[in-house]
Design a protein around this ligand. Sequence first.
Ligand code: ARG
Length: 458
Amino acid sequence: MWGGRFAEGPAAVMREINASIPFDKRLWRQDIAGSRAHVEMLAAQGVVSAADAARIGEGLAQVAAEYEAQGVPEDLALEDIHMATESRLAELIGPAAGRLHTARSRNDQVATDFRLWVRDAIDSVDRGLKALLQALVARADEHAASVMPGFTHLQVAQPVTLGHHLMAYHEMIRRDRSRFGDARVRLNECPLGAAALAGTGFPIDRHATAAALGFDRPTANSLDSVSDRDFALDYLMAATQCALHLSRLAEEIIIWASQPYGFVKLPDAYSTGSSIMPQKRNPDAAELVRGHSGRIAGCMTALVMTMKGLPLAYSKDMQDDKPPVFEAHDLLALSIAAMTGMVETITFRTDRMRAAAEAGFSTATDLADWLVRIGDIPFREAHHITGRVVKLAEERGAALVDLPLDALQAIDARIDARLYDALSVDASVASRRSHGGTAPDQVRARIADARAALEDEA
Ligand code: ARG
């Protein structure tokens, strides 16, 4: 296609390093859509005849049908999806095919195709994340009042409700959707018509092609249009942040599923066995979600490094933008689907969670708070008294609620029997009614907000 000035063909290794068709064939739908919009615009502007445009349009439809039926052939000599399609078009319709590339370059073509692809990727991730949110909200509602230990430093800290814990992930995933949404807004400008780098002398209508392809407007600067990959980086950064969130939930599922915790049981559908240890039931899906997050972050880093320091406008380095985006997207889509499946089907062993919350002196803060409220003792002093109570409980191997009143009063005479009401894990969680706190009625209120927001979208 570009051999006019060359006497010899490329070396085999040149062909191989140069070709992107093995991976960019994944853009074929977007490439066909971009070409159709382009040729229709060219005809409307009188740059190509209506007859040629019709022939090209029919030819492109046939190429698309072939790709759909047989896949895209991988001919390294044709380099990329753009040339593969144009060359097949020429075989099908003859010389008129040569008019398609008028007022266009592969530089604006690939930028357009890739934006369209990433836009679809964002939309599909968003659908997946919405399903995950719905699953989290449903399970949180079921467990709005189920008590579990809340941790800091992975040490039992204060009792919380399982619903509250799950709704924490709802918040993370809600922000992830918003990040993808922001990326989509910035992405949605059309580079088609920037041509190689400087624009074109043909009387094209960039607003028409932008509208035909569902973009909000054409891009404003032709140099930027062919050299910008922010949209791919925005996607990868949002994907990385989202994968980090998924990895944290995955990690908790892994910890919770281990026998010493026993907080959850994963269904058979999301567990694997061991070939040597018959008793094993491994949380492989959760481990792979955790692992994939590292690979997704790696994809993000790869494109950051590719783009760093590139001069304007297009450089071939940028051909390497696609593999990390494709890889990250596939990994993220799988991770979201697997996490949604796990959240929907996991069994929470609320008896074990409650026992763990009761075992770890998790209501020690409630004891100190009681001393402040009822005894009007400064918090620092109350903290000190509580420390002595915890020490005593530890020595006796007893829970705080099980210490006799005389033993408590020996530590501080201001303690009376009303204290026991404050020491149960249920009383503890019920008391934390501050906005966004773990009290079951607070959790239910946040669940109602979340449901309303999800329904508002529909
Ligand atoms: N396959 C190329 C890519 O993905 C298309 C653009 C090629 N442009 C060029 N001037 N060689 O980036």
